[in-house]
Design a protein around this ligand. Structure first.
Ligand code: NAG
Ligand code: NAG
Ligand code: NAG
Ligand code: NAG
Ligand code: NAG
Ligand code: NAG
Ligand code: NAG
Length: 482
């Protein structure tokens, strides 16, 4: 009896274990199948649109050498770091450590000017001494130029650079701006998801950049670019790299003069040239307000990440700026910010001479891509653009052209709401992964029809690079829309 019961119990236990194993195996199978379906769905959309002509794209401004280093190798935590703190410009090693801690604990990307050249050169030399450190071509405009060229566009880039850096660029890219003796260097301090630094651990893979630029903040290629644009009408003009002016010690009034020239350049384009503005990390409120008044109103399209939209939204809605925001915001939150920003920009357009009406916004986040376009505007293929941006995000961070599902994860829920107030729920369909819908936005008694597309991102679980991601993603999204 006792023996029999023991046997029975043993059998039941074994069966239970087998069932549990089968359950786990099959739920893993289901997950893999879902990811596979999602990749297939996104790739199908990406490949649906074949470019029939070579669009012409002109991109401003700047270029540099990016030196990559692992945060844990370059920056040692010590008790001395104390409270994390934001600095407008960084002069000492302690300021660097405090500032790094400030952004690292939120997993927020940041880009800061280091006024102390001695310290900067020391840090670069130290970074280069680690075997894991490497250098690439850098600068938002240059990375966007490379991506547009790779996608089959005729590309002109505005940048002043040394002959040796010029030789690293593919010859198909036309570079205007002239020659330099020393290139600007950006030190890209990278960290991975879950990295621990002192008492902090990072919520996501990201990077903290410091620079000591001499050329990029002054847009030394601006006049040469003007000359080219007077005879050349590209399909798309991209304005990027203006964050190099952030907290840069300009002589009084020089920055305003420069921004005025950029504005003239934008206004001077024919209406057939679409203008895209690529946002970036701005910490100086005065500069951000200047951009809101004298650059952004002259663009048709804006590209940004979750930090940058939060910053721009705060600047335009509240008149203050946000240095760090949630690094993994909900879709509803970002879509609401996009709608509000769109309305604010449209209303502002009515009071600014020669402004353009914003017709496109692209927000890229770790978990998804969201693109808003005005119905009937010149932007095509929004759904495919969202798919391409999503695939590019994964490929860039994993540094691969082939997506390996073992390195991909979906961090979105099965459904999302389109707004925090009265939103509708949309289920994520793995066979049709990009969700698009139409909305009417009411702006001063006028109804404006927009299309919104949201694509999930297959988050790369083994991040190889994070810097330059936004530039690749924004360009990949634009290329199918022009
Ligand atoms: C950090 O500490 C390690 C080991 O103590 C040392 O080898 C390295 O040079 C230090 N790095 C910096 C930037 O001080
Ligand atoms: C600049 O950095 C060097 C080297 O770290 C340091 O000795 C010097 O005090 C710094 N200068 C200023 C103005 O902070
Ligand atoms: C504006 O464009 C016209 C030609 O379209 C050109 O002649 C003029 O130099 C340009 N001005 C500026 C400031 O770019
Ligand atoms: C900006 O101002 C708004 C309204 O006063 C406030 O709610 C928000 O916290 C402020 N944001 C920052 C970053 O200071
Ligand atoms: C806009 O242009 C009009 C006509 O040229 C001019 O009178 C007005 O002062 C301009 N407004 C601004 C804000 O520049
Ligand atoms: C607003 O943008 C539209 C379209 O680009 C333009 O026609 C209009 O003149 C702009 N408004 C002002 C006040 O410049
Ligand atoms: C992003 O751009 C950089 C610079 O062009 C390039 O090295 C990298 O491979 C790009 N990423 C992808 C996914 O193409």
């Amino acid at each position: 009896m006792g023996y029999n019961r023991g046997l029975k119990f043993g059998t039941v236990f074994t069966i239970l274990i087998v069932l549990v194993a089968i359950y786990y195996r099959s739920s893993e199978d289901i997950l893999q199948k879902r990811l596979q379906a999602l990749i297939y769905g996104l790739e199908k959309l990406e490949n649906k649109h074949v470019m029939t002509s070579r669009p012409t794209v002109a991109i401003g401004y700047g270029m540099c050498t990016d030196v990559y280093v692992n945060a844990k190798e370059l920056l040692n935590y010590s008790e001395q770091v104390g409270r994390p703190q934001h600095f407008n410009e960084i002069n000492t090693e302690l300021e660097l450590l405090k500032s790094f801690a400030y952004y690292f604990r939120h997993g927020a990307a940041a880009e800061r000017y280091m006024a102390n050249r001695t310290l900067f050169d020391e840090l670069v030399a130290k970074a280069r001494s680690f075997p894991s450190s490497y250098s690439t071509i850098g600068g938002n405009a240059a990375i966007m130029a490379l991506r547009f060229a790779r996608e089959g566009c005729d590309v002109t880039l505005a940048a002043k650079l040394t002959r040796s850096l010029h030789q690293m660029m593919p010859q198909v890219i036309n570079i205007v701006g002239g020659e330099l003796k020393r290139d600007d260097i950006h030190l890209v301090i990278e960290y991975k998801h879950g990295d621990v630094w002192g008492p902090y651990s990072s919520a996501r893979a990201n990077r903290y950049i410091i620079h000591n630029d001499v050329n990029n903040p002054k847009i030394s290629s601006l006049d040469a670019f003007d000359k080219l644009l007077s005879t050349y009408q590209p399909n798309l003009l991209v304005i990027s790299g203006l964050q190099m002016m952030d907290n840069y010690p300009f002589p009084n009034g020089d920055r305003e003069k420069l921004l005025y020239k950029v504005k003239r350049q934008m206004i001077n384009q024919s209406v057939s040239t679409k203008i895209h503005f690529e946002m970036a990390s701005f910490a100086e409120d005065k500069l951000l307000f200047e951009l809101c008044n004298s650059i952004i109103p002259f663009a048709d399209s804006i590209g940004m990440n979750e930090q940058e939209i939060a910053n721009l939204y705060n600047a335009m809605y509240y008149g203050n700026i946000s240095l760090v925001a949630n690094s993994t915001p909900r879709i509803a939150t970002v879509l609401d910010q996009m709608r509000t920003l769109f309305k604010l920009l449209r209303i502002r357009n009515k009071t600014i001479n020669n402004s353009r009406e914003v017709t496109r916004m692209h927000v890229h986040t770790l978990a998804y891509q969201a693109i808003l376009t005005v119905k009937g505007s010149m932007w095509k293929n929004t759904m495919a653009a969202a798919a391409k941006a999503s695939l590019t995000a994964h490929r860039h961070v994993c540094a691969t052209s082939h997506i390996d599902i073992k390195k991909a994860a979906l961090i979105l829920d099965d459904s999302f709401s389109t707004s925090l107030v009265d939103g509708t729920r949309i289920a994520l369909n793995t066979d049709k992964p990009v969700s698009c819908w139409e909305e009417i936005l009411k702006i001063e008694n006028k109804d404006i029809s927009i299309q919104v597309c949201v694509a999930p991102v297959l988050v790369c679980t083994e991040a190889a690079q994070t810097a330059g991601g936004g530039d690749n993603i924004s360009s990949a999204g634009l290329v199918l829309q022009i």
